[in-house]
Ligand binder design. Sequence first.
Ligand SMILES: [Zn+2]
Length: 725
Amino acid sequence: MKNRSLVISLVVLLLLSAVLVRGSWPRPSTESNDPQTKSGAPLSAPLVGDFRPEQAPRDMIPKPELGALTRVVSTRVSAAKKDPQKLSGAPVAAPSAVTPADTLFRAVKVDPKVPLPAASFALRQVRLLPGPFKEAMERDRKYMLSLDNDRLLHSFRLTAGLPSSAKPYGGWEKPDGELRGHTMGHYLSACAFMYAGTGDTEIKSRADALVAELAKCQQALGPRGYLSAFPEEFFDRVEATRAVWAPYYTIHKIMAGLVDWYENGGNAQSLEVAEKMAGWIKLRTDKSDPRHMERVLNNTEQGGMCEVLANLYSLTGKSEYLKLARRFDEQHYIVPLSQYRDVLKGEHVNSFIPNIIGAAREYEMTGDPGLYNIASYFWRQVTGARSYATGGTSNGEAWRQDPYVMASELGADSHESCCTYNMLKLTRHLFNWEARAAYADYYERALFNGILSTQNPADGMMMYYVPMMPGMYKTFMTPEDSFWCCTGTGMENHAKYGDSIYFHGPDSIYVNLFIASELTWPEKGLSLRQETNFPEEQGTRLTISVAQPVKLALNLRIPGWIARGGFVKINGRKIEAFAEPSSYLTLRRTWKSGDKVELALPMDLRLDRLPDDPKIAAILYGPIVLGGELGTEGMTPDKTSGAYGPEGPQGAPVAVPKFRVPGNDLNAWIKPVAGKALTFQTAGAGQPKDVTLIPFYKLFGERYSIYWTILLPGQEEAKPNPRRR
Ligand SMILES: [Zn+2]
């Protein structure tokens, strides 16, 4: 079985190598591909609710005008800025302990030049409480602790001419794999997030030890600062535009890991190694004029080089890193987007998104409004015109169609997990800038349905593709012989659930996600405990603890999906005010210890129809995508483990029932199953049979469908169920 899956893995790896070398995708024509002229479809995203400026809390900045975006609002930066800078040796919190203010290490030296009405809290300020996200985080921690430092370091040491007797890992980390070493970067990032979110000292000592060993490898590789698990010769190939997998992509992961570990682990050596790598990048790219640099970038997947270098600028205040970041601005991506042209068709999705995250970070550090336009237009196009009900995007690694063409895109190889990871990262930036509930609506939907759904609760293994093809099934990595891109971003995903639950203004808190957790805000002497069993419970409860009464606006997200009957209570008393769907309910008052807020968020059933074939729809309950249980026919461990997706000759879908329904009232044919939370049964509509529907994030070990053909009386299918890859 192992040999067989190895052969399959090799074949798939070869195929994927070809795909990941971005030149393999046909370049789109630069002629007008404007979605407005082509499809006539609206730009507003059907996936998320409309933004209504009048619903915005009064202290937030409304939908930005260009002029407003360039204003520098220094008062909006966190009060933590006043804390003395503390580098290594900063005391760290014990597991699950509240971090006191004076131990906070603030790594940032240069704050964004643009207003951030909804700034992020440091990840260490949020602790998850028991619930599905905490469970996923614990499984992730267990997997991370099962990995071995010496094995992760093996190819780094050999490349540096240092001895290693460790058994190398397999998959994309194989000693002759061209992407070897990328997992090191993801692992350091995941350690950074896991340590920040749990205070686990075992994670800390592993990451510290890795950084010390990487520093030795870097030193052995010479004074230029090069550090990688493959030889520098790969960059000769990049510069000569010869075939090579993605060396800058890998360098980005390693640097991002080092930077994340510096920021969250307070390890000064980690920053030192990253800065030396940046020095090497300068030497390497100084040889290229902008035209050659563009050719180099067109020839390779660069990951988020521009992002990590802009982060390095923020952390050090050294402007040469910002200059270096902008060297990686790929005109091919940014020029059409800055002109609001959707030329995404044919592009490799996971190459594309990190460039836009980089543009977003550069916008923050430069204030260049053109970069804002790029990020915001791109986000609208992807979430509105190219995403599935789950919030995921991509089909066979690419966007293969014009905007709003989705019916043909329900593939077995659709919805790469890394793409969701990257879209969430981008969404965080946009939320920081605009504080719009619509961004949080998307974030919630993609987090539950596109991220939580990708980790197997049985063993913590994670997914690459998330098939949208009806009748398919989930496949997972193996612990030691996969190490795909989605293994790396997967480790990060489940370590950082705390990073987008809460945001803040100078005197306000945004509660964006209904995840059981505790926030501490030492500068305000405040902690906020959120207790909920959401989504099994349709609401949440917040309890405030303060050193002394504090005046604060509490902005509660009223989701775009809310059904009738929502309300809020303060200290047991129902108040009259509420807010529209996809906006914020602002509770502005002086809060005292023990104050309690209860928020009721009723859910109901709804459909998310495909834009180009509205007879095909996903069924949601609140924000939760429901998957239909379709049995285990043909599913054996060799097909579900160690495979990117359900590919190959056995990868055929099973037949999927269609629904003939009496009318538009979903409650007439989708009935809750008594005693089982979030579980439904179709009644008399399924042909040839009815189906049990459960949350997609809980659907494992079984074939499923998310998309269904739903026919009203007199309607017929326009065409057979799309079954194309
Ligand atoms: Zn991936």
